[in-house]
Write a protein that binds this ligand. Structure first.
Ligand SMILES: *[C@@H]1O[C@H](CO)[C@@H](O)[C@H](O)[C@H]1NC(C)=O
Ligand SMILES: *[C@@H]1O[C@H](CO)[C@@H](O)[C@H](O)[C@H]1NC(C)=O
Ligand SMILES: *[C@@H]1O[C@H](CO)[C@@H](O)[C@H](O)[C@H]1NC(C)=O
Ligand SMILES: *[C@@H]1O[C@H](CO)[C@@H](O)[C@H](O)[C@H]1NC(C)=O
Ligand SMILES: *[C@@H]1O[C@H](CO)[C@@H](O)[C@H](O)[C@H]1NC(C)=O
Ligand SMILES: *[C@@H]1O[C@H](CO)[C@@H](O)[C@H](O)[C@H]1NC(C)=O
Length: 823
């Protein structure tokens, strides 16, 4: 009996082995065969694989193509919008040559390819370029496909794929982002070619243009300002009456390269590194504000190092001066002197610019620049001209009609000639041609001015010295709101106009997001220092009381894991805090926003552990080490900023509370904080203590380990939030099921489990059971024995009490998400 069973098992095994190899070895599907879930089709050269997959947290099954060496890197998905609910999917080829994806359990067709022709002898093959094609086996031309996946790109642009238009059939091939790292359905962003005028590549958010990679000048796209060269590929831009497309080919076919449009609209180029067996990536477009399409409006030039960045072209003035000065440049600029048309116009030359939007342009490939100029002058509606192709010293002619929009200054840019009234050109020329006499006059008046400044400076210095001697200090923040001890600490008081200038008049484009009590802006002081500016809303609920608390508290805190306050500004109704600016992003960005693959690279286990330790030490400092005892009360990933070395810095002390030496618990009738991170005793009864911060810390720790948000966490097995899920898996002795799989390449399992254990201890329901931060730091950095965790607080989402009588500020922070949208 036993022998018989093993015989059958063996036979079955052999059989399935044979069947699988029959499906995979040929790299083809014919009408008599199929691919079922679990099987794959490997391309002839072995580079790519086609099969069924699902994304980390979802059970939905998709049919896709990925790299054999990197199965996470999915390059194409068939049923993007129609996932399979179970694993009974079958991919088949019909006798007519149509690929169909069936769900065998319900006998329904979920997806199919299509073709305008019928094949006599259809066969589907996965080519070694990653292209899934359907061919007619009787066809003599091997490139005459009935259907090919390269005609329907998803978020990945592969070598030999075309992005653009087949003008004969009207087929457009464009990239469209995934909805999220888990959901391959078409998302908001796309990258496509607009072939009106001179064809150019746009990135779009829905129907809105958000960035412009520009047109082709023979060497590169005119909008590639970052100019990161791609040494291993050649790029081609083809446009003729039949088709318009952009394509790249690898010089070395044994290297993989792909370009991916992320769910947030960022284009990145990934190159496979054989040494590390991983992907190296580079961003394609420089993510600065001048990349934002038409930010400055018509007849302007965007200069990233200028302040403000938008400048009218010479001889133009802002159309709506008031909007313009408040940093809304969308109306652009208008001519001071109208064009005279045929009665003597000329051109002003701009060197090194990104050419303007060419959708209303006209071109000729053979004209010379001189002919081009003549043609432009002869047509009253022509506004600018330049060479079409920059090779061979410049050839061809490109003319603009209508408005000139979306110019920026950059080193790889071209020369552009903009039409002006002759009088205006004389004016500009005069302005730049000083004669000697004028120069002398200017030098003299400058000298007088400098002398004057020197005298004023000396007077001010003497006056300050005198004040000091009289025991007075110049006005600073502490002067307005002196603390308890009279220690001498100067916190600079900034002038409102300085801050307005640094932030372009608090312009929306400088806005980083909504912090605890009002918007946060990025800014640049005149001397070039980058700052973050928190402008408290007048109706924020943060009165002078909180403001004062925050200013005094942070000014005294000095710790490498806390954000440094540079100064404040109190003027009229305005209450503004000025912080050191973090070049990097907040923690939530790394945990939640990046897809698994990218996130894994940026936040691997050693970095993650480093961040956990830093946050714990920063919090310990707040709780115990500083002379005051401070409770943060709104600790969450978006309040933890990371510098370039991934050192965490706790920010947003707007809700912090100080305690007298002995006091360790207090009660408030104003509960402020963020659900998901608030401890039960604080949310329900307004009781807060250091243990409420410990609770929030525990939540952050668990969110980092699982790369999941506590609130909104969903699991098919139960109704609990992340805390409940972690707790259940812990008692089931399956702790690794809580940990995000991507960590495990770089992780030290015992360290990860120890962190999970500490996290569970921190979120225990009873505050007294939770460890203090000093214990937490010890637990994380040594091998001390840990007590078993008890039941966490709030582990079922639905138990969160919603008390309408209490003012609860639920700040859903947008700081991070707005930061990474590049345009
Ligand atoms: C499809 O489902 C039927 C009925 O459940 C089953 O007999 C058949 O083997 C399945 N086909 C494949 C290819 O799995
Ligand atoms: C094939 O399907 C696509 C998308 O559904 C559609 O846009 C296209 O017109 C179809 N082509 C043919 C030849 O039917
Ligand atoms: C295609 O070729 C097969 C054999 O390879 C043959 O049987 C069939 O008749 C051919 N079909 C057509 C339409 O030529
Ligand atoms: C192509 O790339 C592979 C792997 O990096 C390398 O070993 C090989 O020498 C390269 N070939 C050429 C022609 O550059
Ligand atoms: C800028 O001004 C334009 C036109 O005056 C207006 O439509 C637009 O909403 C303004 N944008 C912002 C961000 O205020
Ligand atoms: C000027 O150019 C525009 C756009 O090409 C064209 O429609 C118009 O006829 C031209 N006008 C003259 C006078 O050539």
């Amino acid at each position: 009996m036993q022998a018989l069973r093993s015989f059958f098992t063996c036979l079955f095994f052999l059989f399935s082995l044979l069947r699988i190899s029959a499906a995979t070895a040929l790299g083809t599907i014919t009408p008599s065969g199929y691919i079922r879930d679990g099987e794959t089709l490997v391309s002839v050269g072995g580079s790519y694989e086609l099969g069924f997959f699902s994304r980390a947290k979802s059970k939905s099954r998709y049919v896709g193509i990925w790299y054999t060496d990197s199965t996470d890197a999915v390059v194409w998905v068939a049923n993007r919008e129609t996932p399979l609910g179970d694993s009974s999917g079958l991919l088949k080829l019909t006798e007519q040559g149509v690929l169909v994806l069936l769900l065998n359990s319900s006998n329904s067709i979920v997806w199919s390819s299509n073709s305008s022709r019928i094949a006599g002898n259809p066969v589907s093959q996965l080519l070694d370029s990653g292209n899934l094609v359907v061919q007619d086996g009787n066809e003599t031309n091997p490139d005459n496909f009935l259907w090919q996946s390269f005609d329907y790109p998803c978020h990945t642009f592969l070598p030999e794929m075309k992005i653009g238009w087949d003008l004969v059939t009207g087929l457009e091939r464009y990239l469209s982002s995934w909805k999220s790292a888990e959901d391959p359905a078409p998302g908001e962003f796309s990258a496509r070619i607009d072939y009106r005028g001179l064809p150019q590549i746009f990135s779009m958010k829905g129907a809105k243009k958000v960035g412009r990679a520009g047109s082709w000048n023979g060497l590169h796209l005119t909008g590639f300002s970052s100019g990161q060269p791609n040494p291993i590929a050649t790029i081609e831009f083809v446009w003729n009456k039949d088709e318009v497309y952009y394509q790249f080919r690898l010089l070395n076919r044994s290297v993989f390269q792909r370009l991916v449009l992320s769910p947030l609209g960022v284009s990145r180029r990934f190159t496979w590194e054989y040494q590390t067996h991983g992907w190296e990536f580079a961003s394609i477009l420089q993510a600065d504000r001048c990349e934002s399409y038409a930010l400055c409006g018509a007849y302007t030039i965007c200069k990233i190092n200028n302040s403000p960045i938008c400048v009218c072209l010479k001889g133009f003035v802002p159309k709506s001066p008031q909007d313009w000065n408040s940093g809304n440049w969308s109306d652009g600029c208008v001519r001071t002197t109208p064009l005279a048309c045929n009665h003597g116009d000329g051109f002003l030359t701009y060197n090194g610019v990104k050419l303007p939007d060419t959708s209303s342009s006209w071109y000729d490939k053979s004209m010379s620049l001189e002919q081009c100029k003549g043609l432009c002058l002869g047509n009253c509606s022509c506004t600018a001209y330049t060479n079409l192709d920059v090779r061979e010293g410049g050839t061809g002619c490109l003319l603009w009609f209508d408005n000139i929009i979306d110019i920026r200054e950059f080193t790889l840019g071209q020369d552009l000639y903009i039409r002006m009234a002759a009088s205006e050109i004389d004016h500009v020329k005069k302005k730049s041609n000083f004669n000697k006499r004028q120069l002398l006059a200017i030098l003299l008046s400058s000298a007088v001015f400098l002398m004057g400044m020197l005298i004023v400076g000396i007077i001010l210095y003497i006056r300050k010295k005198k004040l000091r001697n009289e025991g007075l200090r110049p006005k600073d923040c502490r002067e307005e709101y002196p603390g308890e001890d009279g220690e001498d600490m100067e916190l600079p008081l900034f002038d409102l106009t300085t801050i307005a200038k640094a932030t372009n008049g608090f312009s929306n484009s400088n806005k980083l997001g909504e912090g605890g009590f009002g918007p946060v802006y990025k800014g640049t002081l005149i001397e070039g220092k980058e700052i973050a500016v928190k402008r408290l809303s007048k109706n924020s609920g943060q009165g002078m009381r909180e403001f004062r608390t925050e200013v005094i508290l942070i000014a005294r805190l000095q710790h490498r894991n806390l954000v440094k306050l540079l100064g404040c500004c109190i003027q009229k109704d305005e209450k503004i805090l000025i912080y050191e600016s973090m070049p990097s992003k907040s923690l939530d960005f790394y945990i939640f926003v990046f897809s698994d693959q990218e996130g894994q690279k940026l936040l691997d286990w050693p970095k993650c552990f480093h961040i956990i330790g830093g946050v714990a030490r920063g919090l310990l400092y707040l709780h115990q080490d500083s002379r005051l005892r401070i409770i943060h009360r709104d600790l969450k990933p978006s309040n933890i900023l990371l510098d370039d070395n991934m050192n965490p810095k706790i920010s947003d002390f707007g809700l912090a509370k100080t305690f007298g030496g002995e006091q360790s618990q207090a009660n408030t009738n104003r509960v402020v904080g963020t659900y998901g991170y608030m401890s039960p005793e604080y949310a329900a009864d307004g009781i807060f203590s250091m243990k409420s911060d410990v609770f929030s810390f525990g939540v952050i720790l668990l969110e980092m380990l699982s790369r999941n948000k506590n609130r909104g966490f969903r699991h098919p097995d139960h109704d609990h939030n992340l805390l409940g899920h972690a707790w259940i898996r812990w008692i089931q002795d399956k702790p690794l099921e809580v940990i995000d799989k991507t960590f495990c390449d770089s992780c030290n399992i015992s360290e990860v489990i120890r962190c999970l254990h500490v996290g569970l201890l921190c979120v225990q329901r009873v505050p007294e059971d939770r460890p203090s931060m000093s214990s937490v730091v010890l637990m994380l950095s040594s091998d001390v024995a840990l007590p078993p965790p008890k039941q966490p607080g709030f582990y079922t989402e639905r138990s969160v009490p919603e008390s309408p009588s209490r003012a609860i500020l639920c700040s859903e922070n947008t700081f991070s998400t707005t930061l990474i949208e590049p345009r």
